[in-house]
Design a protein. Structure first.
Ligand SMILES: Cc1cc2nc3c(=O)[nH]c(=O)nc-3n(C[C@H](O)[C@H](O)[C@H](O)COP(=O)(O)OP(=O)(O)OC[C@H]3O[C@@H](n4cnc5c(N)ncnc54)[C@H](O)[C@@H]3O)c2cc1C
Length: 455
């Protein structure tokens, strides 16, 4: 069997968190190998490059990545500016990937299709911890190759696995056909470029992606008045989608919700609450009829499905994972981010203690570590990979140290949306019921953690 120390640490995904992981590993004297499915780094962000981030540059940069860039003569963007996704790629990720230290350690067009341990399926225990990881990869020629690694950081995001329209978690009848016809699109099309002008479009979902799309369409309707915007949400009230407004510590995120509220209240957007899609019917070649479970039916030209994302756990099926049953995040992290119980938009800074898996030296990081939960922030991911790199280098003290403060959304609630009990009981700042057993700092309170503490 290969000596583990001679092997690289494999990082799946060259998004901002994967590249930050590589920078931290290098600082720790460890050898990173970044495997990226797309043709370039930041491939997922490129697909929503026309969207402006709500966090300013200072929150979007990783400290180790910046140190590496500055050693190579990079000039940082203005810290208080709000970049578009495309700028994150062009002004940060591409220069980072082009540094002499990283450029030969990143393989693009290399999709990881499976991860396992050499000679060990999931059921085999003896000697497991000393067996190298094997990553099966589809290389640029389409061939299947394998690489060995001493550890794996899966930072492959969730962009390529969006959730379906059905509120049961399954695609509704007719959805596949409508998607194939291009009438139901993914969450973040460029509405000007992709031909939404003059269309009657329904946006389904209540997160930031849906908000961005509703507002983009409303703006389009100002120059092309025949454009109609409908917005359907599952909850009985849009209050949660409107966010924390002025109380949000990221002003741009707060304004997104405020502008959304204004668009609805001024009639630029037609809101449909308690809407659960039941099936989709193609009417003629270029329009749709959507049927809701309560009997409502809508005729529209296009649907933007912004119902969230899921992690692709299929590639990890031979590894021993311990995930939260509701959100598919590492078990200790799940209760802190589950949107049904916790809406602060911030999570206590966390690292290896919370992310550790039964599979030694395997970590989920970045957007993928949040599983199905929506409120991930880059700054959270950067702290995760700083801690993971420290742990892999054997620096337990640094791995367990907490080095981050995150801005809150200003809408802290334990109410379950759609339950009828949406009285926004403020919780996130109440220092009780801290899930001390998780090894997290005190000052945390959370619906599920609080419940289990009471029982
Ligand atoms: C529209 C939008 C706006 C956002 N705005 C903000 C914001 O303002 N502030 C903020 O902090 N966060 C924001 N986020 C959330 C989050 O920070 C981003 O989603 C960020 O891109 C997550 O980084 P990541 O590196 O974890 O994943 P990604 O950026 O998704 O990168 C994952 C990479 O892995 C690759 N990959 C996927 N599968 C495989 C595989 N099997 N093998 C190899 N490679 C693979 C992908 O091609 C991709 O390049 C926003 C998200 C969205 C969608």
């Amino acid at each position: 069997m290969t000596g583990l120390d001679s092997l690289p640490v494999a990082v799946i995904g060259a998004g901002p968190v994967g590249l930050a992981a590589a920078a931290h590993l290098l600082e720790r004297g460890l050898e990173p190998l970044v495997l990226e499915a797309g043709p370039t780094v930041g491939a997922a962000i490129r697909e929503w490059g026309h969207i402006r981030l709500f966090s300013t540059w200072q929150y979007n940069l990783d400290a180790a990545a910046v140190r590496l860039l500055e050693r190579n003569g990079w000039e940082a963007p203005r810290p208080t500016a709000l970049p578009y996704g495309n700028q994150i790629v062009a002004e940060y990720l591409e220069p980072l990937a082009a540094t002499p230290e990283l450029k030969d350690r990143i393989r693009t067009r290399s999709r990881v299709t499976a991860v396992t341990r050499e000679g060990m399926d999931k059921g085999r225990s003896l000697g497991r911890e000393n067996a190298p990881f094997v990553l099966r990869i589809q290389d640029p020629q389409g061939d299947v190759v394998e690489v060995l690694a001493r550890a794996v950081i899966d930072a492959s995001g969730t962009w390529s696995t969006p959730a379906p329209l059905g509120s049961s978690g399954l695609p509704v009848a007719g959805e596949a056909l409508a998607r194939a016809a291009g009438l139901v699109t993914g969450p973040l099309p460029d509405v000007e470029r992709d031909g939404f002008a003059g269309c009657r479009t329904l946006v389904i979902g209540s997160g930031h992606s849906a908000a961005n799309m509703v507002l983009d369409l409303a703006r389009l309707a100002r120059t092309r008045p025949e454009t109609e915007v409908l917005w359907a949400i599952r909850a009985a009230s849009p209050d949660r989608a409107y966010g924390g407004g002025d109380a949000d510590k990221f002003p741009a995120r707060g304004q997104l919700g405020t502008r959304l509220r204004t668009a609805v209240e001024t009639g630029s957007v037609q809101l449909l609450t308690s809407f659960r899609t039941e099936h989709v019917e193609l009417t003629g070649g270029s329009s749709l009829r959507l049927h809701a479970q309560d009997g409502r039916a809508l005729n529209v030209d296009r649907v933007i499905s912004a119902t969230g994302f899921r992690p692709d756990l299929g590639i990890l099926s031979e590894l021993r994972l311990d995930l939260d049953p509701a959100v598919d995040a590492p078990r200790a992290l799940g209760p802190l981010i589950d949107p049904d119980f916790h809406s602060c938009g911030t999570v206590p800074p966390h690292g290896v203690k919370v992310l550790a898996q039964p599979e030694k030296d395997f970590y989920l990081a970045g957007m993928k570590s949040y599983g199905r939960a929506p409120t991930f922030l880059l700054a959270t991911g950067y702290e995760q990979v700083r801690s993971i790199a420290a742990a892999l280098a054997g620096d337990t003290a640094a791995a367990h140290a907490v080095e981050l403060q995150l801005p809150e959304t200003g809408v802290c609630s334990t109410a379950i949306p759609g339950s009828g009990d949406e009285t926004a009981e403020s919780s996130c700042d109440i220092p009780e019921c801290a899930p001390i057993s998780l090894g997290l700092p005190t000052g945390l309170r959370h619906g599920r953690a609080a419940e289990s503490a009471r029982t």
